[in-house]
Design a protein around this ligand. Structure first.
Ligand code: NAD
Length: 331
């Protein structure tokens, strides 16, 4: 049984706690949140409750520290947990700055800690399907792709941290990073990129468009959380391979064959669960899969290697380069 301590019991922490309830070889033995009611809401009868993340890291008898804190608190807590000899699950984005990323990697090297970053698209069925098509070349070479993530401004964040670019890095660092990380997972580092952005009245980056070039393949990405409150959270993609175009949007996942014909694609979900904690994600899917993978690897004495810290830091660094190329997250 892998003993887990969860730090930060807000939107994502609540999601992780719900996942651990379904993972039979993990037990949530400790939780921490500066808002006691949030910690109590996810604690079981025999779960130890701590007032802060650092108290949990210092005192709790756990194998894993799972960090679901606002992004600006990731590095300090991950460093403390690694130095305490814990395995770490660190929500994305791994870090806020390149300096933080370097520190995380240095401490990992020094301590030998196992760290997985919550780059969840690497565990989602529809994105794994794309990865398989790209790796096997079942429909030929990838010609072009568009990946987008559109949303109203998230309203749930503790003390509004998401809306402060010094704490979240803006929509680019918080939401766009999902597609950037997946593109890196699919194709590696781009040859070049071009970013354009829109900003709100305060000069905060609110909509980002980046085209990544990989040889003759062009990948367009877009993310915004500047849409009207009633706009539904809308992740989507369109990938044109030589012999088929794969689309995922509000109409579902489907395949248009270059020779003609359209087929709905039914993937067997790795897990289907209910989410009763609010937020814009309607099932536990990839969150369950990534945590289950992490726990199973640890249980088997193996190193989880699908979304390691080094990859999380590289994705954060690429987004930082994109944002720097347009003058920063706030001007
Ligand atoms: N993988 C995904 O799809 C996904 C989705 C949403 C959020 N996230 C990430 O998860 C992280 C958390 O985001 P969220 O939306 O859950 O934020 P949130 O504001 O809902 O939750 C953060 C929680 O941390 C608590 N907290 C603050 N300081 C603390 C401290 N020192 N010790 C203990 N608790 C403390 C707050 O009280 C709050 O409950 C962020 O890095 C975010 O980018 C990932």
């Amino acid at each position: 049984m892998i003993k887990v301590g969860l730090i930060g019991c807000g939107f994502m922490g609540g999601m992780h706690a719900a996942c651990y309830k379904q993972i039979k070889n993990a037990k949530l033995v400790a939780v921490a949140d500066v808002r006691e009611e949030k910690a109590l809401a996810v604690a079981g009868e025999d779960t130890k409750v701590y007032a802060t993340g650092m108290e949990l890291i210092e005192n709790a008898d756990v194998d894993v520290v799972d960090i679901c804190l606002p992004t600006y608190l990731h590095t300090a807590h991950a460093v403390a947990a690694m130095k305490k000899g814990k395995k770490v699950f660190l929500e994305k984005p791994a870090c806020l700055t390149k300096e933080e990323g370097k520190l995380l990697l240095d401490v990992q090297k020094e301590t030998g800690a196992i760290v997985q970053v919550g780059q969840v698209l690497r565990f989602m069925d529809e994105y794994l399907y794309l990865k398989k098509l790209n790796d096997t070349k079942e429909y030929g070479k990838l010609i072009s792709a568009t990946l987008a993530r559109k949303s109203p401004l998230p309203g749930w964040a503790w003390e509004g941290w998401l809306h402060d670019t010094a704490k979240s890095g803006s929509v680019a660092h918080d939401m766009h990073i999902h597609d950037v990380d997946f593109v890196r997972f699919l194709l590696g580092e781009p040859d070049s990129f071009k970013t354009t952005v829109a900003r709100d009245k305060d000069g905060v980056l609110s909509h980002i468009f980046t085209s990544f070039v990989y040889g003759s393949t062009c990948v367009n990405t877009e993310a915004t959380w500047d849409l009207p409150a009633d706009f539904p959270f809308s992740p989507s993609f369109l990938l044109k391979f030589e012999k088929a175009t794969i689309v995922n949007d509000a109409q579902g996942l489907r395949k248009y064959l270059s020779d003609g014909g359209c087929e709905e694609i039914k993937l067997e979900p790795a897990f289907k669960g209910e989410n009763d904690i609010g937020g814009n994600i309607s099932d536990l899917g990839g969150y369950y899969v990534e945590l289950k993978y992490f726990i199973d690897k640890l249980d088997a004495g193996e190193t989880p290697d699908v979304a390691p810290l080094s990859e999380g830091v590289k994705s954060a660094n690429l987004v930082l380069d994109e944002v720097a190329s347009v003058g920063g997250a706030k001007i």
